[in-house]
Design a protein around this ligand. Sequence first.
Ligand SMILES: C[S@@+](CC[C@H](N)C(=O)[O-])C[C@H]1O[C@@H](n2cnc3c(N)ncnc32)[C@H](O)[C@@H]1O
Ligand SMILES: [Zn+2]
Length: 314
Amino acid sequence: VLVCPHCHVPLERAAVNLTCAACGRQYPIDDGIADFAEGSYYDSFNADTDRLSDHHLEGLALEVEGSIRRIRDFYAPLIRRSVPTAHRVLDCGCGNGLSVDELIKEGFDAFGNDVSQLRKWQWRERHHRNKLVVASGMRLPFPDHFFDVVVSSGVLEHIGVEEWSLPTYTVRAQADRDEQRGAFLRELARVTAPSGSIFLDFPNGAFPVDFWHGDGTPRRNRRSEGFLPTFREVRDLSRAAMPDRRIHAHAPYRRLQFRQAARHWYGQAFRMPMNAFFRAMTTPPLQWLASTALNPFLVIEIAPPPPLKSPFRT
Ligand SMILES: C[S@@+](CC[C@H](N)C(=O)[O-])C[C@H]1O[C@@H](n2cnc3c(N)ncnc32)[C@H](O)[C@@H]1O
Ligand SMILES: [Zn+2]
């Protein structure tokens, strides 16, 4: 099923690589995982020489439960509600790849991509390694309209920005950030069936606090950083990239479960009221709040256009 991310023609498979007959590029396969990054990764990690800090390892361990819950409690039911016929699903920027095993358990034909060397190393432990590809969401090795649903969690904000973790977490927008984010959305649209949906989630750029990036304590979210997208920004990018689709926000109820935050006093204090607020946001009178600055975490669906009403229908 894999195609050349440049030419979109099917690839020829040999034991250790995939070859494109059109452009001659060769893509290696390591541990059963095809690598389309062409040396350009989101991070750099060499399992033989690099040692992860205890803090980093703890962070990765904490992700495990969240990756499973993200699918089991939130996306699997949301996909079934929003795109009832969905079968083939891509998790773009799938991180540790557990989501793909989980989506397959839920009965979907799932694939995942990520462009990180660290993630590629984590994937050695995954069950369905043949469903994971090292590839940027900007250039995917899948045919046009291949997926019924594309999910991308916590990725869009990282497109078109530079980030440093030392001495403190710092982020700066690149000059062509919006072009990059637009190209990312166009690529997701290319691989999505016309009747399918794209789901994007990330911390809301219009909310004053970012609980998710940095050293584990809440960070002030400054609009001047040009980092976290707002609903309006994504709406404008989406209208330019796929003008006939419509966009709306879902409540993050059950998407956020405050497991990591519950280790801090503020997480404990806010857990119950925030959960009640997110739940209320799922009800029709309050759904509109999901796209506003009152919601700390956006879940956006870019859905197909509504079917045209036939003037001849009786
Ligand atoms: C915050 S993590 C989220 C991981 C996963 N989606 C989750 O929710 O657990 C962001 C991920 O996006 C990946 N990423 C960043 N830029 C990407 C790109 N252009 N294409 C694909 N993945 C990308 C990173 O490598 C990282 O694994
Ligand atoms: Zn090619």
